[in-house]
Design a protein around this ligand. Structure first.
Ligand code: NAD
Length: 480
């Protein structure tokens, strides 16, 4: 059901100045990789965007060696104030090239341009500005006098917020005085490679940041490299577990930001209009490819039918399609592999007896798409209530009392985030106090700010990114 027809409003791709092929960014310049290169495609139409180099073990070794040289010769010797100047310069260049980065991110990832333009890229700039401010103030971070950097950081990131995850990793590492080798996800390398051009523009000393593209084997070579002092990983729990084993006993410092299955709890006294928007934002933002997505809706039984009816109405107004169209609400699923996983788990949901409803969208012929979907009649034991689907799929469960809501919310191996919707402040505080989640939003969802630490409990990982806490992961002695 669509009340208004919108004329297409595609953002132009003319601003992109893409190369046909991208090499590895090592020691301040692009160079060929010795692994087998691969294509990055647009998930919206499966068309080729560029050919990307793949880093072999020898290339990773060269990148780590470049980072080590830069650490010894320049970066660790530079004053915090000078490091801060580089970070400010990077932040301003991100702002200058914001439109180009937003278009590249929407093209390569499949997310709607209005999200990459209004959320991802502004937050990337904000992260660099924020940590630029810390670079000359580490003595005042409550970590004792003269805190020391660790050395070379090996960082591996996922595909859901490619440039934002890069910023979360690089900004605090550089502010604290470390050098970096980072590996973007294989399906979304494009914005990291444009970012490499920004580093050249900023005149960052060669080797301070090195970007190695490739698949899991490149990431494994990086985290296992003996000359890496710090490993920071954002991605799935199974890979995080593997990395924790590889790093155990090596003396490397480790942060893991892993999966989630967040509860979004709606009490009967909640402001319903806002809650509906918050539920939609919580699970359908970025096609649900969000680690902290509110994928389990826990709604008080007395308002279940009203909430579900209104959600269906709201979802029927969302526009799915071309990520570069400024009217698009739901973009493409990032890869065929991810689409297959979402389909498989949704089928399991139906087979286990949950009731499926999908918005009536026109699905484009090419590319990877999945209509916004709600499952009702979900039991806590169902796979769709336990496994991270990482797609636009909401599982609805009910509760009668606050105690039951808390028990159900905590009944998960994860513990990354949660949401609470209620008119009553005392209830929000009492419930938040008993939820086992790293981030809890009240009467809102998916709010990010560089000053606010983010991270999980249990199988969602350990360590915090963002805020003063984000620095601790990159300094000697400090617990992150
Ligand atoms: P993934 O674990 O498959 O891949 C993440 C990255 O790890 C990629 O760059 C990949 O190439 C690399 N990799 C794969 N195998 C590796 C290995 N053996 N050693 C080293 N690196 C390896 O995850 P994904 O599918 O790209 O991302 C989705 C997952 O990321 C979800 O589970 C999501 O919840 C999680 N995530 C968490 C956060 C957070 O902050 N907690 C943020 C975003 C995404």
């Amino acid at each position: 059901m669509s009340f208004l027809e919108y004329a297409p409003a595609p953002e132009s791709r003319a601003i992109l100045n893409l190369r046909d092929e991208y090499g590895l960014f090592i020691d301040g310049e692009f160079r060929p990789g010795s692994g087998e290169s691969f294509a990055t495609i647009s998930p919206a139409d499966e068309k080729h965007i560029a050919t990307i180099a793949s880093a072999s073990d020898a290339d990773v070794d060269a990148a780590v060696a470049a980072a080590r040289r830069a650490y010894e010769k320049t970066w660790s010797k530079m004053s915090g104030r000078d490091r801060g100047k580089y970070l400010f310069r990077i932040a301003r260049l991100v702002q200058e090239r914001a439109r180009e980065l937003a278009v590249a991110e929407a093209l390569d990832n499949g997310k709607p341009i209005k999200e990459s333009r209004d959320v991802d890229v502004p937050l990337v700039a904000a992260w660099f500005f924020y940590y630029a401010g810390w670079a000359d103030k580490l003595d005042y971070a409550g970590l004792g006098a003269n805190p020391q950097s660790l050395g070379v950081a090996g960082q591996v990131i996922p595909w859901n917020f490619p440039l934002l995850m890069l910023a979360w990793k690089i900004a605090p590492a550089l502010a604290a005085g470390n050098t970096v080798v980072i590996k973007p996800a294989e399906t979304t390398p494009l914005s990291a490679l444009i970012f490499a051009e920004i580093l050249q523009q900023a005149d960052l000393p060669p080797g301070v940041v090195n970007i190695v593209t490739g698949a899991g084997a490149t990431g494994a070579a990086l985290v296992r490299h003996p000359d890496v002092n710090k490993v920071a990983f954002t991605g799935s729990t199974p890979v995080g577990r593997e990395i924790a084993k590889a790093v155990a006993g090596t003396g490397k410092k480790l942060t893991l930001e892993l999966g989630g299955k967040a509860a979004n709890i709606v009490f009967e006294d909640a402001p319903i209009d806002q809650a509906i928007e918050g539920i939609v934002n919580g699970i359908f933002f970025n096609q649900g490819h969000v680690c902290c997505a509110g994928s389990r809706l826990l709604v008080q039984e007395s308002i279940h039918d009203e909430v579900v009816d209104r959600l269906k109405q709201r979802l029927s107004t969302l526009r799915l399609g071309d990520p570069l169209d400024k009217n698009t609400d739901i973009g493409a699923i990032n890869s065929r592999e991810q689409l297959d996983r979402i389909r498989e788990l949704s089928q399991i949901g139906e087979d286990e007896g949950a009731v499926r409803w999908s918005a009536d969208c026109v699905i484009p012929e090419n590319g990877f798409w999945f209509a916004p979907t709600i499952f009702t009649n979900v039991q806590a034991s169902h796979r769709i209530a336990r496994d991270e689907i990482f797609g636009p799929v909401l599982s609805v469960l009910t509760f009668r009392t606050p105690a039951e809501a808390i028990e159900k919310a905590n009944n998960t191996p994860y513990g990354l985030s949660a949401g609470i919707w209620s008119d009553k402040g005392s209830r929000i505080l009492a419930v938040a106090d008993r939820l086992r989640a790293g981030v809890i939003w009240a009467n809102t969802f998916n709010r990010f700010d560089p000053a606010s630490p983010f991270g999980g409990y249990k199988e969602s990982g350990y360590g915090r990114e963002g805020g003063r806490h984000g620095l601790l992961a990159y300094l000697k002695g400090a617990q992150s």
